[in-house]
Design a protein around this ligand. Structure first.
Ligand code: SF4
Ligand code: SF4
Length: 351
């Protein structure tokens, strides 16, 4: 049985609330060890997977990686040590995006009407990515635990993972603050966790402001590795009660919301075999767009995607069609739930 806890670092298992022991549908299509986007050699993400992302490990997860002696984590540990030595994005709160990365990411994100090129994706590659493998997997951060490019629960699956992601972001922030404060290295700008300008001593030209770096570390400069390890040791010993105290609020409502979304996810798993509803009315619009209509409503889709909808023939599995669409540089991830809700695609047994 797949449980939520299997998707998050083991460090959390003994103190996060009981919802982490709940069963969760297996994400059998976004199989990251056998990544679906790498099945297409022309895909812009073929050399990066979706790790076009700077993993921002909070201090205690970075410490866990630095302490772990398992052979499979030694490459990640060496990379973490090199990042700390370079000081870029290094703070008592953990690893943050360096300024040059933020600048490049922003410049490529807002390019007009064009996706990032393969070369741009490779520049934005996570520092822990190694030839298809994640070198810090046991200590990955929130996004790397909860991102699935295609969920077997469609929109309801994505809503659940997003909620869990938010929960983990909050947990990372509070626990990193607690560890930094306990170790005598906290700062009054904790709300800048995401924007994090105050938590960086590097600039866009990759120059380190040594004075700022020194003041950030409040006496720990030169012992950053020991600091991160101490942060891990602190968090590792948390009890469930202490965790709740650190979170500093009544989180029972958030727990209930996660359980509710999980319940919806479990009841929304997309059938393995779907078939195109022959009663769907197809109207050609301008600009390569098609309007699909049934008695339940209408949905716009582009011509290229329409081809894949006809491959739902009740014989190919959902996974086969999704793989086929990715091979052709199309994704149905954002369309599939609407297409089912509007009965444009129907389960095989209803046909
Ligand atoms: S989420 Fe999708 S793109 Fe990312 S590694 Fe997993 S299968 Fe590949
Ligand atoms: S930490 Fe691992 S999973 Fe996350 S972006 Fe980096 S390489 Fe990918």
């Amino acid at each position: 049985m797949h449980q939520i806890k299997n998707k998050i670092p083991a460090l959390y298992h003994h103190f996060l609330p009981s919802f982490i022991h709940e069963p969760v549908p297996k994400e059998s299509i976004a199989t990251c060890n056998n990544c679906i986007v790498q099945k297409n050699i022309n895909n812009y993400f073929v050399n990066t997977k979706c790790c076009v992302y700077y993993a921002q490990l909070p201090n205690y997860l970075l410490g866990g990686l630095l302490m772990d002696e398992r052979p499979s984590l030694q490459e990640g540990r060496a990379r973490a040590i090199a990042l700390i030595a370079a000081k870029k994005g290094i703070s008592p709160y953990g690893l943050r995006k360096p300024a040059w990365y933020r600048k490049f990411e922003k410049a490529t994100k807002f390019k007009e009407n064009s996706p990032k090129t393969q070369k741009e994706n490779e520049t934005l590659l996570c520092p822990f990515y190694d030839n298809g493998n994640c070198t810090t997997w046991a200590y990955r951060e929130h996004c790397c635990s909860t991102h699935f490019c295609f969920s077997v629960g469609g929109d309801d699956g994505q809503k659940f993972w997003k909620k869990l992601d938010k929960y983990l972001i909050r947990t990372e922030k509070k626990l990193a603050q607690y560890a930094a404060k306990t170790l005598g290295c906290s700062h009054p700008f904790v709300d800048e966790w995401q924007g994090n300008k105050a938590l960086r001593a590097d600039d866009q030209n990759q120059i380190i402001n040594e004075e700022k770096y020194k003041s950030l570390w409040a006496g720990w400069q030169g012992s950053e590795i020991e600091f991160y390890k101490a942060a891990y040791q602190l968090i590792e010993t948390l009890t469930p009660e202490k965790y709740l105290e650190i979170m500093g609020e009544d989180i029972s409502e958030k727990n209930r919301e996660i359980t509710r979304l999980l319940d919806t996810f479990q009841n929304s798993v997309i059938p393995q075999y779907l078939v195109w509803n022959k009663e769907t009315e197809v109207t050609k619009l301008n600009n390569n767009e098609i309007l699909l209509s049934t008695s339940k409503g209408a949905y716009k889709i582009n011509m290229q995607k329409l081809i894949f909808l006809h491959t739902f023939d009740g014989k190919k599995t959902l996974m086969q069609v999704v793989h086929l669409s990715i091979k052709m540089n199309r994704t149905l991830a954002k369309d599939i739930s609407s297409l089912i809700r509007l009965k444009i695609l129907i389960p095989m047994h209803n046909n």
